[in-house]
Ligand binder design. Sequence first.
Ligand code: FNR
Length: 188
Amino acid sequence: MTDYNIGLIVGSISSTSINRRLARALTKLAPQADLHLTEIPIRDLPFYSADNDLAIPDQAAKFKHSIEEFDAIILVTPEYNRAVPGVLKNALDTASRPWGHNSFAGKPSAVIGMSIGAIGTAVAQQQLRNILSFLASPSLTQPEAYLQSREGLITDDGVVTDEKTTELLISWLNALHEHVTNSLVLVS
Ligand code: FNR
């Protein structure tokens, strides 16, 4: 199988983020699906403003360039107040502009997330899929992966301690590989 380089955006800047743990777990498991994950940081992005469209801030330009360089993008999202966290929405707004320079256009993507709530970021993930659809990014639709956090499920350094969760993540990564292959065929 072809290997793909995938950019990873984590929608939390919390130092104790459970979604960062999930991102580390995905990064460790990804080579089993011939994927190689590298984080694209969003912590230092300025708030998006149209005032800066003619002179894009360095961090924003670097961020946009990174997205464009990868074969696909994974968004690992928490759910804050039944919605996409502000830091992640800001990152997507930054990537989408200036008008005509949408870094997500045609870029395959996939959404996953973990919360302490039973529905495991389902609402935030669906919002993200709507946004990605508007950004013309073909997003993986199935399988969905809604993870509920529990003590010890994923260690700080990204080791998944439960076999079923490991299997779910590997099958999700395999589906992403197939999605990237199919999406890249469509645009080439
Ligand atoms: C939450 N949390 C939460 N959980 C959930 O399942 N649905 C929700 O709507 C919310 N809302 C919410 C709002 C805010 C402001 C915070 C800080 C938290 C709980 C959330 O799942 C938990 O804090 C996770 O640890 C957040 O993910 P990160 O930031 O640790 O990756």
